[in-house]
Ligand binder design. Structure first.
Ligand SMILES: Cc1ncc(COP(=O)(O)O)c(C=O)c1O
Length: 398
């Protein structure tokens, strides 16, 4: 019998056209900071219906750039969900802001908007509220309801859409248009909707934020004479360093990969949607499996397929299930270890597990199953059959 191919929980799709484009780009005179980066940014602007797009070397630094652009600093407060990757908050914390984690809604995996609403009632003598909704699993946070929580006009919203390129809001406008936020951030890590190997982007409609995003990417350098402090010292060689930031450029050969991938993005999302529909149908009646809110499917980019199992009522632990699935060539993962459980955050916030009953429950129940565009329908059937078989074999205690 032919051996099954290992199904990882996510994986990139690289087309022969991608390889041809990269190969051509490597022969060009300019292999970084060149015309292909500009072309990719133009294509992202068009896709996202935003005025500006700036690409970066990865999503974590794109988020850092967004915090920098918004001039986040000491006394500011970042409100976000613990159900995310550390990169959501890294940049803001490095800039001196305080972290205010909120519990989640287990039906969506998003931050709980009721908790956000409560938090926004509190008044502070200084600092701004920086809200960072994470479009977890590629499904979109209810931004209209989020906006209605805001009391202070100085509040900044930065969408972490690392997992949600290709998703849209309920009115059909694409995520990235920034109609509900100052900035939206994407990642092009291999498992995301499209990839540039490593990569990220920020979209915005604000020219001042755009200026700061570009400055952050390029070592805090100002090239525009209008922004120079010492124009009288200028010559053809001249530029000014206005801040210490770092170098976060994307190369031109990554940008051509991004362009090539972006041209197939809709196809990838459609395929993901189809696979999710198959999973949903197959698991619909399963008494032990809970799925994320189906109402969000229509607008989601379907980055992850997450199921929830009440392991307290099963004789099989999550570790055992993951191990047996791995033996059967099915890769799984847990998204996410709550941010506050990591040692760095325990030092920062103390042991605060008790404050997050929904996140704690989600963490113990959630399991990510394989989902990526190259999966076939038969692969989904194999995953479903194997999971159902294993659950059946382990008799429920209650
Ligand atoms: C929600 C979220 N935020 C931020 C990031 C950081 O992106 P990157 O891996 O490109 O640095 C990721 C990707 O892993 C993510 O999933």
């Amino acid at each position: 019998m032919a051996k099954n191919k290992f199904l990882s929980y996510g994986r990139q799709t690289i087309d022969p056209a991608d390889v041809r484009e990269i190969s051509k780009a490597l022969s060009a005179d300019c292999i970084t900071r060149g015309p292909k980066v500009e072309a990719f940014e133009k294509a992202l602007r068009k896709q996202c219906e935003a005025k500006y797009a700036v690409v970066f070397s990865n999503g974590t630094v794109a988020l850092h750039a967004a915090y920098y652009a918004a001039q986040v600093g000491e006394f500011d407060r970042i409100f976000t969900s613990p159900n995310t990757f550390v990169g959501t908050v890294t940049g803001g914390i490095l800039l001196g802001a305080n972290l205010e984690l909120l519990d989640i809604d287990r039906g969506t995996g998003h931050l709980d908007l009721k908790a956000l609403n409560q938090a926004m009632l509190k008044q502070y003598s200084r600092g701004r509220n920086i809200i960072v909704p994470v479009h977890y699993s590629g499904s979109v946070v209810d931004m209209k309801s989020l906006e209605s929580c805001i009391r202070d006009p100085d509040t900044v919203i930065i969408e972490d859409a690392a997992q949600a390129l290709g998703a849209d809001y309920s009115d059909g406008t694409p995520v990235g248009s920034c109609q509900w936020s100052q900035m939206t951030v994407f990642s092009f890590h291999p498992l995301k909707t499209i990839t540039t190997g490593e990569g990220g982007a920020v979209t915005t409609n604000d020219p001042e934020l755009y200026k700061r995003l570009v400055r952050f990417r390029n070592n805090g350098i100002e090239r525009n004479p209008e922004n120079w402090d010492y124009p009288e010292e200028a010559g053809p060689w001249y530029y000014e360093v206005h801040d210490l930031t770092g170098n976060y450029h994307m190369t031109d050969f990554q940008a051509v990969l991004g362009l090539s991938q972006l041209s197939r993005m809709k196809k990838y999302v459609t395929k993901r949607r189809k696979l999710v529909a198959l999973y949903r149908k197959a698991f619909a009646e399963h008494k032990h499996i809970r799925l994320l809110d189906a109402n969000l499917d229509k607008h989601s980019a379907h980055h992850l397929f997450v199921i929830q199992l009440d392991f307290r009522r099963l004789p099989l632990s999550k570790i055992e299930l993951m191990e047996v699935l791995k033996e059967k060539d099915i890769g799984t993962q847990v998204h996410y270890i709550p941010i506050y459980r990591h040692p760095f955050f325990r030092r920062l916030l103390g042991d605060c597990r008790e404050k997050f009953p929904e996140m704690e429950r989600f963490y113990s129940d959630a399991l990510t199953l394989p989902l990526f565009p190259d999966m076939r329908e038969g692969d989904v059937r194999r995953v479903v059959d194997t999971v159902c078989e294993l659950l059946e074999m382990s008799t429920a205690v209650v």
